[in-house]
Design a protein around this ligand. Structure first.
Ligand SMILES: [Zn+2]
Length: 172
């Protein structure tokens, strides 16, 4: 598990211990009971989830499956505010390349070095890159919706292990 997810889980656990009223972290529905310990304990993390989700996890466990934390409602990325959707794609592209190349390269390297946690690094990217609307990790591509199209930044690894950045525009 990444530092990012460890931190997110600790925050969620502290809020549950404080009996904060929240929607179910797994499904996002307003189905949690009070006090919080009367709900089901998740099999995926040390977190309380609603009874329906507890039943679903029990069924999934029989099939040796589970919904990963990165698909839980509580970890759905909210993204950072930006004005990109009101600006021309070529301006957005210029700003992304100027201001976010370092962050994107860092996330790209993490995904390359630790691919099993790529889904967690992907969520981290949404909280580190203002205006990011889509991110694919394999191959690595970041998309930013703008007024007249979108800006796309791709990263690949060169034969000698250096990240190569390719920036371009897309129709939508
Ligand atoms: Zn639930």
């Amino acid at each position: 598990m990444t530092d990012y997810m460890t931190h997110k889980l600790a925050d969620l656990r502290a809020r549950q211990e404080a009996e904060e009223h929240m929607s179910c972290p797994r499904c996002g529905a307003d189905t949690m009971k009070h006090p919080v310990h009367t709900n089901a304990m998740s099999r995926v993390a040390d977190i309380f989830i609603c009874d329906a989700c507890g039943t679903t996890e029990a069924l999934l466990a029989h099939m040796n499956q589970q919904t990963p934390l990165t698909n839980w409602a509580a970890f759905k990325p909210t993204g950072l505010p930006s004005d990109f959707k009101a600006r021309l794609a070529r301006d957005v592209l210029e700003e992304v390349v100027r201001n976010q190349t370092e962050t994107l390269t860092r996330i790209f390297r993490l995904c390359q070095d630790d691919p099993k946690n790529a889904a967690e690094y992907r969520l981290e990217a949404f909280e580190s890159c203002p205006g990011l609307t889509e991110l694919w990790t394999e191959p690595f591509a970041a998309k930013y919706q703008a007024l007249d199209g979108s800006a796309v930044v791709r990263l690949t690894m060169s034969g000698d292990g250096h990240p190569l950045l390719e920036a371009g525009l897309a129709d939508k």
